[in-house]
Ligand binder design. Structure first.
Ligand code: ADP
Length: 445
């Protein structure tokens, strides 16, 4: 039996753990997204709203003024460079700020302004004269909680009376002494301890509860259960706000447990498409052969930037070392790097400091591929069972049709098995992937 790379399967034994296809940690991916984000993500879809009471008027705001925020808070919003509410904020903010309070389930991909929206809602909600915790926000990890806290601090910069505490590992509290901070952001485990074991938060006094990144939260069983245990201690009058980037069935079930009588807001993700991509495959004999074909191709094409995907870390570092030897400026991105390091590599690449990015599966999504005109599958994307991984294929080479920039995708095939994967991909997307004659590269330009 041969594996993906045409090597005997036995060659791969002992290396299984290094395959990076299954390594994408959702919390890390989300954090990476936050680090590399520069602006709002928009969508051509409409925001869908499902009101709990369909007869009540639906408010939507086009400006932040319409929200009648405290002037210090409005100043904080503008100071962040926000001119007008994002698509999701137009609908979500009036609901979150409504009197009497309304519950909300909101789903939209990351980067659409959810965090900014609920940060604003929490800041607007608290009464600084009351020296106790009034709003609680939970997030799946230490780092994500910190990120949210930073948004609140920045937005609340001109509201010095409003205090924030971080309920995360390492934060010290005095047992039995109630916190005076109005807003607490943290992870489920610490927050649960703070409510029950240390008794520094009185759950009954919480009037706004925010659960962020629900899809990431439920990926860890313990977090899901802790969130539910926190939620159980809240009163019926507590306003529940629930956010998720995706909405599969399990998230939906979780949402229903946390949010009674919800209003629902959804913004569909802009779908990726293969429409503007010319796809090819090339036949190769070995990895060395793949490498020299790749060099020839790259040398004879005029491409702005290229991304090259490998199956394992080993392959990615071998390839990047060899490309570097050939004089290319190469960035290497793989799973052993911290999220910070990955973010800085992606930023450099986006700024054009390197022309070629070699990567494993770790972050096929984090990068805005519009500027990348060539994507190479040095190894084809396959799942654990060895079948074509169509989703990953689409994420690697697809783009959101909006800009419609043309691009090329080249798949390197070095075995019968690889050909089989190509055929599966062709079938799945109902698009032929022609063979590229490497002696005649003009055909692709
Ligand atoms: P999400 O929580 O959905 O991932 P964020 O609230 O983090 O989205 O917003 C994504 C990015 O857009 C952040 O850099 C944020 O500062 C910025 N942003 C949010 N709302 C606005 C707005 N109304 N106008 C301009 N930028 C915004």
């Amino acid at each position: 039996t041969k594996d993906v790379n045409g090597n005997l399967k036995t060659d791969m034994s002992g290396q299984r753990g290094k395959w990076e296809g299954d390594k994408v940690d959702p919390a890390e991916a989300s954090l990476l997204n936050k680090f590399i984000r520069r602006a709002l993500v928009s969508s051509r879809h409409e925001v869908e709203v499902l009101q709990r009471d369909p007869t009540s008027p639906l408010f939507s705001v086009k400006t932040f003024e319409e929200l009648r925020l405290k002037p210090e808070l409005l100043k904080g919003v503008y100071n962040m460079g926000f001119n007008r509410p994002s698509m999701i904020q137009e609908k979500a903010l009036p609901m979150m700020l409504a009197q009497p309070p309304q519950n909300l389930i909101a789903q939209s991909q990351s980067g659409t302004g959810k965090t900014a929206a609920f940060s604003l809602a929490m800041l607007s909600h608290v009464n600084p004269a009351h020296k106790w915790t009034q709003t609680l926000c939970i997030a799946p990890t230490y780092e994500l909680a910190l990120q949210i806290g930073q948004v609140i601090e920045q937005m609340g910069k001109f509201c010095p009376d409003i205090k924030l505490a971080y309920g995360i590992r390492g934060s010290k509290v005095e047992r039995g002494r109630l916190l005076q901070e109005h807003i607490v952001v943290g992870t489920p485990g610490t927050i649960l301890d703070w409510c029950n074991k240390f008794k520094v938060i009185e759950a009954k006094k919480i009037t706004m509860f925010v659960l962020d990144e629900a899809d990431v939260m439920i990926a860890t069983q313990g977090h899901r259960d802790q969130s539910i245990r926190i939620h159980r201690q809240l009163t019926k009058d507590c306003q529940m706000l629930f956010f998720s980037a995706t909405f599969e069935e399990a998230v939906w079930r979780f949402a229903k447990m946390i949010v009674p009588e919800p209003n629902i807001i959804r913004l569909r993700r802009e779908e990726e498409t293969l429409d503007t991509i010319k796809q090819f495959y090339v036949l190769c004999k070995s990895k060395e052969d793949k490498f020299s074909i790749l060099c020839n191709l790259y040398g004879s094409m005029t491409v702005a930037q290229a991304m090259i995907f490998c199956h394992t870390r080993e392959m990615a570092s071998w390839l990047s070392a060899n490309l570097t030897k050939e004089g290319h400026s190469v960035a290497l991105l793989s799973g052993e790097l911290t999220v910070m390091q990955r973010a800085s590599i992606i930023e450099r690449f986006r700024d054009g400091k390197e022309k070629v990015l070699v990567t494993t599966n770790v972050c096929s999504r984090g990068i805005d591929v519009e500027q990348v005109s060539l994507v190479v599958n040095f190894d084809l994307p396959v799942d654990m069972g060895g079948n074509a991984d169509n989703d990953t294929y689409l994420h690697r080479i697809g783009r959101t049709g909006r800009f419609g920039r043309r691009g090329f995708a080249i798949n390197m095939v070095d075995s019968e098995y690889g050909m089989d994967v190509i055929r599966q991909i062709e079938m799945h997307f109902d698009r032929r992937i022609p063979k590229l004659d490497t002696l005649n590269v003009e055909e692709i330009e």
